[in-house]
Design a protein around this ligand. Structure first.
Ligand SMILES: Nc1nc2c(ncn2[C@@H]2O[C@H](COP(=O)(O)OP(=O)(O)OP(=O)(O)O)[C@@H](O)[C@H]2O)c(=O)[nH]1
Ligand SMILES: [Mg+2]
Length: 423
């Protein structure tokens, strides 16, 4: 990307209360800031055993922050945790800067990335829910601008109780309006999903940490087994994908799959976003197989896997079989493709890896498939076409009393064709 961007200089700051993963979460915060067009000028840390109720950081650290801001000529601070509204206000007052907490930062990134109507509504809903308890008499107008909630409606005519009440009600109205609109959209999603379920095509969902390579893998599968014109967006940035994209794959043996590519996760994903994106992620909850994609070249991959599993639980994804893909092996010294049970070390850039991945997926998804000879009398010709369409037909023979098909399909589906079974 060559486009010129004005970067906002920021200081990041975190509180380390005996957190063994603190360095990782600080490094991630800095990456999130970069993803939001910020330039991290300085990063401060306070090691302590408690949070300050009023300012989150202790007095000394707040003074140090104020001095650093003045020295660096920086006016924005990004904090590594979600703060209470009053902590944000107090810190802003004492440091004369704009304070953005981790939740606010992630919400901003999502807002900048959302493309489809549904994603935009979901982000807006999350933002409003974040904003509501943070509304504060005179600060309400400013906070609205700061978190960039869409749509106008707020006037800056004085502060005061009535303005506060008005703002509060406006936000609540917007929330219920968006919820209603999302429900409508989601109803049609559900209908589509039902439709697919009745079509009996198994579904896999690519899940995992942001930037792990989910969309890249999806595109490789599409190039080989799907409609190449329906590629999804791949970018080397956090949260490139915010919408669930479902694509159809057909393998050479006529076995079909629906693959969905979903939004990536990050540690401490704001609960407002998780709940707003629940329906987008419902695609994962309804899958027959989860394909967890991990960036194998990242030293913190275990933490990323833990986060993914936690987030899936939070969304309410039930116990769905999962395979784990250690992607980006080309950036490591590891041999690939290399399979170990239900895990695969691979690289999305390598054809043999994609073959191994498809093999692993097929073994898992189609494991209930059985092979059976059927004899279909000529008068039931439509059954032959139906089977050619839906099943894997391994062999076709025309006999005197009908068409003999050797088919491969789920044992459950085969029951419908019991009358044609050749013993
Ligand atoms: N070297 C290498 N790079 C890869 C591989 N797979 C993906 N990438 C790169 O990693 C970056 C992120 O890939 P995406 O496919 O967009 O990642 P994602 O998991 O969809 O990310 P989100 O949509 O943000 O959740 C891109 O720059 C890809 O080109 C791989 O196997 N090897
Ligand atoms: Mg993606």
């Amino acid at each position: 990307m060559n486009e010129e961007k004005t970067l906002t200089p920021v200081i990041t700051i975190g509180l380390n209360i005996k957190d063994q993963h603190f360095d990782y979460s600080m490094a991630e915060l800095n990456n999130l800031a970069v993803a939001n067009n910020m330039q991290v000028v300085e990063s401060l840390v306070q090691k302590t055993d408690h949070k300050d109720a009023a300012t989150y950081f202790g007095k000394g650290k707040v003074a140090e922050l104020a001095a650093a801001l003045a020295d660096d000529g920086v006016e924005t601070v990004v904090v590594n945790d979600e703060l209470s509204p009053s902590q944000i206000r107090n810190l802003e007052k004492q440091t004369s800067s704009k304070i953005i907490d981790r939740t606010g930062l992630i919400l901003e990134i999502f807002a900048n990335r959302a493309r489809t109507h549904e994603a935009k509504l979901q982000v807006q809903l999350a933002k409003l829910q974040y904003q509501l308890p943070r509304l504060h008499t005179s600060a309400s107008q400013r906070l609205d601008q700061q978190t960039g909630a869409g749509g106008g409606g707020f006037t800056s005519r004085g502060a005061g109780e009535s303005q506060y009440e008005l703002n509060r009600r406006t936000i609540q109205d917007k929330i219920s309006h968006i919820k209603h609109e999302l429900k409508q959209i989601q109803k049609s999603d559900q209908t589509q999903r039902k439709q697919r379920e009745t079509n009996q095509i198994p579904t896999i969902a690519l899940v995992g940490y942001t930037n792990a390579g989910k969309s890249t893998i999806m595109n490789q599968l599409l190039t080989r087994f799907g409609d190449e014109n329906k590629q999804v967006m791949v970018k080397n940035m956090l949260f490139a994908t915010l919408d669930t994209n479902v694509r159809r794959l057909v393998f050479p043996d006529n076995k079909k799959l629906l693959a969905s590519d979903t939004v990536g996760f990050v540690s401490k994903l704001p609960h407002q976003l998780v709940s707003a994106f629940r329906s987008t992620l419902a695609e994962a909850a309804n899958a027959d197989l989860l394909v967890q994609v991990v960036d194998f070249s990242d030293a913190d991959r275990q933490l990323m896997m833990d986060t993914t599993e936690q987030t899936l639980k939070e969304i309410g994804v039930p116990e769905i079989p999962m395979i784990t893909i250690m992607n980006k092996a080309d950036l490591t010294d590891s041999r690939y493709p290399f399979r170990e049970g239900n895990n695969l070390i691979m690289s999305a850039t390598d054809d043999q890896s994609i073959d191994a991945l498809v093999e692993l997926i097929k073994e898992t998804v189609f494991k209930n498939y059985v092979t059976q000879d059927l004899l279909i009398p000529f008068k039931d010709g439509q059954v032959v076409s139906e089977l050619n369409e839906q099943a894997t037909v391994l062999n076709t023979e025309y006999l005197d009393d009908g068409t003999k098909l050797t088919v491969e399909m789920p044992a459950d589906d085969l029951k419908r064709f019991n009358q044609y079974v050749l013993e």
